[in-house]
Design a protein around this ligand. Sequence first.
Ligand code: SAH
Length: 364
Amino acid sequence: MTPLGQRLAETIRRDGPIGVDAFMAAALGDPEHGYYQTRDPLGAAGDFTTAPEISQVFGEIIGLWLADQWASTGSPDPVQLVELGPGRGTLMADLLRAMAVLPAARKAIRLHLVETSPVLRERQAETLQRFHPDLTPRWHDTLDTVPPGPLLMVANEFFDALPIRQFQAENGGWHERLIGLGDEDDFAFTLGPAADPPVPPPPAVDGAIFETAEPGLAVAREVGKRLAAAPGAALLIDYGHGRTAVGETLQAVRAHRYAPVLADPGLADLTAHVDFAALAEALADGGAASFGPVTQRSFLIANGAAQRVAALTHSKAPEPAAAISHAVARLLDPAQMGSLFKVLAATSPGRPVPSGFQRGSAAE
Ligand code: SAH
């Protein structure tokens, strides 16, 4: 067992089973042994790859979308540009380059990065220093310390990394699903006392599992409040479902393969599908208007993915041109990232429908 596993096992022996949220929070965020605290997990040598690491087109399209929102909200100067969970800083570097199509927008930016990992903060600093040395990013542990005011925000694969709770249907009621110790002192799921999930679950048969993500909903509520108080827009991109649904989605990934979720806490990435309907409701609770989610494919195509690929491949030799097209195809292909990944937009209330969305549109 990992050192973090031993500590969690001691806690369970002493105090009884813990929630999936406590397990996940420790596995990902423990200051000493947490997965994100100790490594850069991204890319071929790491555990998983994300859209901005696959193609620059992803960040460029988001940058154009944000620049458009900035212009249509009265060109606020200054504007707080915030990214939640910026990874290696690749998405931010790409979107800033694209935002420079509106030099006044690029100049109005005050950059804020919400990131808990010291390793990734360092990567972000390097990337941004290299490509955008005129900006002085400020780092935050949470959104709360970002100054108020006009806001542009993006989060890619951030919400899937926040702790979830699991509930299991039994005899017509719900019980929280907890993590205790099995016969061989390994971690094992167990049922807690009867407890209603904090988000109303759809009808479910016995044995069904329902997941809720309060920390993510609290962040979305805060984003909603900020967009209600000042002009702005946000894009929340992640993998998940458009409607609240039952189903167990907690997964562990290590070296680009699925791993058992309870083995080796701290050594594997743990994520769960995002419930976009619940996120949209939390944004609305805060006072923002929300749009979508639409599929990543539909968002990128509607915002010019094909044109951007044409521009990038135009004067390239066949091989590099094919590599660019192939990378973007991975983002668009419904069998790869095009359909499971979804994009939810939020704006200040009373704004026109943002580019790539329709009023009331939803993806499954
Ligand atoms: N957006 C990046 C990275 C996604 S990985 C990309 O698309 O490549 C998840 C990111 O969220 C990492 O940067 C991780 O360190 C950060 N993160 C995870 N949990 C966090 C938390 N509770 N608060 C702030 N950042 C967190």
